[in-house]
Design a protein around this ligand. Structure first.
Ligand code: SF4
Ligand code: SF4
Length: 319
């Protein structure tokens, strides 16, 4: 795997500071039933990194003490963590909003078939990867058979009430470009997705989020190996929109890895750019949100992925 950080560090990006922590994004581990080309985590079936029960309890304590209102679960496939159901139930009992970043196919895997019902029972918001509404494009990026399995999972979620305007169960889909390009306009693409998926598969959902590919891990390595890294960085930098700086997710979020270490965002986690104090990595067990608010964020060339064009975040376009 080729490391993009030495190249990214040569690119300057404006200084920004955190405002407050409204969302805690927890990466439960790097294990995944898929192995997608665009993955910025380098997740896959052979990864064994997984949050221990001890760190999970420390994380829950942080959430309670610091009155965190929204938790965003990611991975790998977060549903593969053995404490996944315990975690979502505990958070929902505390009235914390829970967002689950779901690759859809996990909902059909043996041993995980009951997860969709648990998500619905606990009113968990689902943000599901669906990088295109065309079968060929999805399978090319995410693997053979992924599109068909994703459609099966979406139907299962719809049957449970997800995506229905009259229901409180929210189902949002995520689009990301197939390669080294920017996303089309989010609202226009959402209309196309809604029309195509409804007409062809009778599938409904709430919103589409367009997310720019970030040049780290598997995607970054692929760009370097195909000599596309510099043109892609040029594309991102030329499309820089300063007004997007206000809404970049690191200003309102904190990311935690499977070992309990803290980062400004999931991308900084993957680039191993941890938050530090007194030369030590900050750990969820010994910080409070007050220690982190207003602190300078660690930026590098990859941050242009968040500020290019309409901007990009875990919740889609910024403007
Ligand atoms: S992109 Fe998502 S589904 Fe694909 S390998 Fe990475 S974590 Fe798994
Ligand atoms: S990659 Fe985006 S979210 Fe992460 S630090 Fe840079 S601007 Fe913030």
């Amino acid at each position: 795997m080729l490391d993009t950080l030495p190249f990214l560090n040569k690119i300057t990006f404006p200084a920004i500071n955190r405002k407050s922590i409204n969302i805690l994004q927890i990466n439960l581990g790097y294990r995944c039933n898929q192995q997608c080309l665009h993955c910025h985590v380098n997740a896959g079936p052979n990864r064994s990194e997984e949050m221990s029960h001890e760190v999970l309890i420390q994380t829950l304590e942080f959430i309670k003490i610091n009155h965190i209102k929204v938790v965003d679960l990611t991975g790998g496939a977060p549903e593969m963590h053995p404490d996944f159901i315990y975690l979502i139930k505990t958070l929902r009992n505390w009235a914390v909003k829970v967002i689950n970043r779901c690759n859809l196919t996990i909902l059909n895997e043996p041993g995980y078939e009951a997860i969709a019902q648990s998500l619905a029972d606990n009113q968990v918001e689902v943000v599901a990867s669906m990088p295109c509404y065309l079968e060929e494009n999805v399978n090319k990026q995410r693997g053979n058979g992924v599109f068909e399995s994703s459609i099966t999972a979406l139907k299962k979620l719809n049957q449970l009430g997800y995506g229905d305007k009259g229901s409180s169960l929210i189902l949002n889909l995520v689009y990301n470009p197939q390669g080294a390009s920017l996303s089309p306009e989010q609202f226009t693409l959402e209309k196309d997705y809604k029309q195509f998926l409804a007409e062809k598969y009778d599938i409904i959902f709430n919103q589409l989020f367009t997310i720019t590919n970030v040049p780290v891990k598997r995607f970054g390595s692929m760009l370097i190996s195909k000599n596309q890294f510099t043109p892609y960085m040029d594309l991102l930098q030329n499309a820089y929109q300063p007004e997007n700086l206000e809404g970049v997710m690191c200003r309102y979020q904190l990311s935690i890895d499977w070992q309990g270490y803290l980062y400004d965002c999931d991308f900084n986690q993957m680039l191993d750019l941890p938050l530090e104090g007194n030369g030590q990595r900050l750990h969820i067990s010994n910080v409070s949100s007050d220690d982190l608010n207003n602190k300078e964020i660690i930026v590098s060339g990859h941050c242009y992925a968040c500020t290019a064009g309409k901007g990009s975040s875990c919740g889609g376009a910024l403007s």
